[in-house]
Design a protein around this ligand. Structure first.
Ligand code: F6P
Length: 345
C-alpha cells in the first residue's frame, strides 16, 4: 500500500510523533509512507516527500510538523476537487492519514465519501475540544506551559500586591484554562462554558484582600465573554479591533477584564497573553506517548481497511469512531468545572 500522511490546521506539539509512529508502523509491515506537504494542499498539488526510516528519525521530540501545515480545503479552493482527483488518477495513493482538528475531520470525511479516497483521521488540537475522544495530543503540553506561566506570575504578583491575569488559548472551550488554572492554583477561571460576572470576580478579589491575600491570579480563556450583572455580554476578539493608527489591538479578553477589574477594585492589574507559546516547542512525555499511540493506531486501521474513521482515546483504550460522528465541539467536563468553582474567591 502507498499511504499519504498530512498535517492540517494549526500546529500542535506531538504532530511529528504521530507522523513518525504512523510511517514506521506502515514501513514495518512493508508499506510505503508518503508525506503530503502543507495539509490537503500537498494532495491537490502533488507536493510529496517520501518518508523512510531516516526522514522520520530524530523528530519524536520536536514541536511543529516536518510536513508543514495549512488550512487548504479542496472543497473550497478553486478547482481543488479536480486537482485532487487528477492527482489520484496520475499517481494514486491507497489511503490518507489526516492529522487535524474538528474542521480537518469534516474535510477528511468528505474526501472519503465524495472523492472515494480511503482516509483515517487523527484528532489534534491543544484546545482538547474534538468530540468522541477523551484527550487530543498537544493539550498536555499547552497545559504545562500555562501552568509554568501561572507559577511564575505568582511570585511577581505576590511581590507587587497585584492582580495578574493570564489569557490562554481556547477559542470555544476552557479546557486549557481550567486544567492550568486548577494545577496552578488560580483564584478565578473564566471560560466560555461558565459565566462569571465582572462583579463576582471583583467581589472575590476583595474578599481575598480582606483575608490578607494582597494578590490574585485569574486565568481567562480567549473565547470567554465579559459578563456583567446587568445582563450585558461582551465578546472581545483581539485581532478584530484596530487602534487610532489602524494597527490591530493586541489585547483580547484579558486586557478588557484587567481594565474592568482595576476600575472596580482599585488594585493594580497586569495581563499576560500566552498566545502561540502554548503551541510551540517540545511535547511533554504524555503527549509523545499519546501521539505515538494515535499514529500507530491510525496505520493499523488503514492496513485493516477500516477507513472513514478517526482514532479515539476512551479512558485508557485506543479505539476509533466513524468520522461521520465527529462534529461540534467538546465542551469541558462538568466535574472539572465543579472542581474549579471550589477555589473561586
Ligand atoms: O485551535 C487551536 C488554537 O490554538 C485556538 O485556541 C486559537 O484560537 C487558534 O488556534 C489560533 O490560531 P492561529 O494560528 O490561526 O492564530
Amino acid at each position: 500500500m502507498r499511504v499519504g500522511i498530512l498535517t492540517a490546521g494549526g500546529d500542535c506539539p506531538g504532530l511529528n510523533a504521530v507522523i513518525r509512529a504512523a510511517a514506521r508502523r506502515l514501513m514495518t509491515h512493508g508499506h510505503e509512507a508518503i508525506g503530503l506537504r502543507r495539509g490537503y494542499r500537498g494532495l491537490a498539488e502533488h507536493d510529496w516527500i517520501e518518508l523512510d526510516q531516516r526522514s522520520v528519525s530524530g523528530i519524536l521530540h520536536l514541536g511543529g510538523t516536518i510536513l508543514s501545515t495549512s488550512n487548504y480545503n479542496p472543497f473550497r479552493e478553486e478547482h481543488g476537487v479536480e486537482k485532487v482527483l487528477s492527482q489520484q488518477t496520475q499517481d494514486p495513493l491507497d489511503a490518507v492519514i489526516a492529522i487535524g482538528g474538528e474542521h480537518t475531520m469534516m474535510i477528511t470525511r468528505r474526501v472519503q465519501e465524495e472523492l472515494g479516497i480511503p482516509v483515517v483521521g487523527v484528532p489534534k488540537t491543544i484546545d482538547n475540544d474534538v468530540t468522541h475522544t477523551d484527550y487530543t495530543f498537544g493539550f498536555d503540553t499547552a497545559v504545562q506551559v500555562a501552568t509554568d506561566a501561572i507559577d511564575r506570575l505568582h511570585t511577581t504578583a505576590q511581590s507587587h500586591d497585584r492582580v495578574m491575569i493570564l489569557e490562554v488559548m481556547g477559542r470555544n472551550t476552557g479546557w486549557i484554562a481550567v486544567y492550568a488554572g486548577i494545577a496552578g492554583g488560580a483564584d478565578a477561571i473564566l471560560i466560555p462554558e461558565l459565566e462569571l460576572t465582572v462583579e463576582e470576580i471583583s467581589a472575590a478579589i476583595a474578599r481575598r484582600h480582606e483575608r490578607g491575600k494582597d494578590f490574585s491570579i485569574i486565568v481567562v480563556a480567549e473565547g470567554a465573554q465579559l459578563a456583567f450583572e446587568s445582563g450585558e455580554r461582551r465578546l472581545i476578539r483581539a485581532s478584530e479591533d484596530v487602534d487610532q493608527y489602524g494597527y490591530p489591538r493586541l489585547g483580547g479578553i484579558g486586557a478588557a477584564l484587567a481594565h474592568e477589574l482595576e476600575q472596580r477594585t482599585g488594585y493594580e492589574t497586569r495581563v499576560t497573553s500566552l498566545g502561540h507559546v502554548q503551541r510551540g516547542g517540545t511535547p511533554t512525555a504524555t503527549d509523545r506517548m499519546l501521539a505515538t499511540r494515535y499514529g500507530a493506531a491510525a496505520a493499523d486501521l488503514v492496513m485493516a481497511g477500516e477507513t472513514g474513521r478517526m482514532v479515539a482515546l476512551k479512558g485508557t483504550e485506543m479505539t476509533s469512531v466513524p468520522l461521520s460522528d465527529v462534529e461540534g465541539i467538546k465542551t469541558i467536563d462538568l466535574r472539572y468545572l465543579e472542581l474549579a468553582r471550589t477555589f473561586f474567591g
